[in-house]
Design a protein around this ligand. Structure first.
Ligand SMILES: [Ca+2]
Ligand SMILES: [Ca+2]
Ligand SMILES: [Ca+2]
Ligand SMILES: [Ca+2]
Length: 309
């Protein structure tokens, strides 16, 4: 599932996307057992990876982003993760059916304390309109409390980006102050987004507090993207005509080979996703309006605005 989060920037002009960093949690091996913390649940500590248990940490080898997990007790410490919990990289999601991208994602459940997941920092130097998108799922069950007190029965999920350059924090989701049940976010995958600033260094952080096995949060498809300049090489490679169009539009490339074409409506919803061997894309199902067309061929990718009549 590809998502476009930078529609506002895209509408300004023809522009080209680049992925700056991402993880879909597909690289780590998976273990379908519980993770058992061997540390002291009464004190804060980094969570170590254990043999033949789900990875809670990952060191990037140049592909997917790395991440590191740590545990912080409540003011009223509980079992933490010493009682065995389904956390870390998993390929199953009991109540979720499946992850949104690939087979694997990251699960945090029954932490009996605070589970904090920090991702590798991302350098946004030289980018314009950088942003982050990610998918999250909150199970449908009876959460308690409003998350304002660091104690058992005060469930909380906060997802945010730390702007390390400006010492600010950009919230993607913060349930603090509400009973999670009152937010209408449970039982379906949700898209989380953040608009970021160029020339900053940022870090995605997830903080989760819950005290029951049915209370589970799942994460997948984390992508930092930015718009690269107009009139770049990738943009010049592709032509789209006629525009405005109806019924069909032609998408040509200066290079031979299959093209992947994704069409998004103004709300960022994917409406067409096609592999094109030739140049002709059927758009007869699209209503009149403005669309964003993302064209990919090999490593080249660009985005163009299409008007459908
Ligand atoms: Ca995945
Ligand atoms: Ca636990
Ligand atoms: Ca509740
Ligand atoms: Ca709870």
């Amino acid at each position: 599932m590809k998502k476009i989060t930078l529609l506002a920037a895209l509408f300004l002009s023809v522009a080209s996307f680049a992925q700056i960093a991402s993880t879909s949690f597909e690289e780590p091996a998976v273990f379908t057992v519980q993770y058992i913390d061997t540390g002291d649940p009464n004190v804060a500590h980094p969570l170590a990876d254990n043999p033949d248990e789900p990875f809670v940490n990952w060191t990037s080898s140049g592909g997917e982003m790395g991440f590191a997990a740590r545990y912080e007790p409540y003011d009223t410490p509980g079992d933490g993760l010493t009682d065995g919990d389904f956390v870390g990289v998993t390929d199953f999601a009991a109540t979720v059916v499946e992850y949104t991208d690939g087979l694997q994602g990251y699960q945090i459940s029954d932490a009996d304390g605070n589970f904090i997941l920090e991702f590798d920092t991302v350098d946004l130097s030289g980018t314009s309109a950088p942003g982050l998108s990610m998918d999250y799922f909150v199970t449908e069950t009876g959460y308690e409390g409003d998350g304002t007190v660091n104690e058992s029965g005060s469930d909380r999920l906060r997802i945010y980006v730390k702007d390390l350059t400006n010492a600010t924090e950009i919230d993607i989701l913060d349930t603090t102050g509400s009973d999670i049940n009152d937010l209408g976010i449970e039982g379906a995958w949700r898209l989380g987004t953040a608009s970021l600033l160029p020339d900053t260094t940022v870090q995605l952080v997830i903080e989760a507090r819950m005290n029951a096995g049915a209370e589970a949060f799942y994460f997948d498809n984390i992508v930092f993207e930015a718009v690269l300049g107009v009139n770049d090489e990738d943009n010049n490679r592709f032509a789209m005509f006629p525009n405005p169009a109806n019924d069909i539009v032609n998408i040509s490339s200066t290079e031979s080979g299959t093209k992947t074409v994704a069409v998004f409506d103004v709300l960022g919803k994917l409406v067409v996703n096609a592999e094109l061997g030739g140049d002709t894309l059927d758009i007869s199902n699209l209503n009149s309006g403005v669309y964003i067309v993302k064209i990919t061929q090999g490593t080249a990718t660009t985005t163009k605005k299409l008007v459908v009549r």
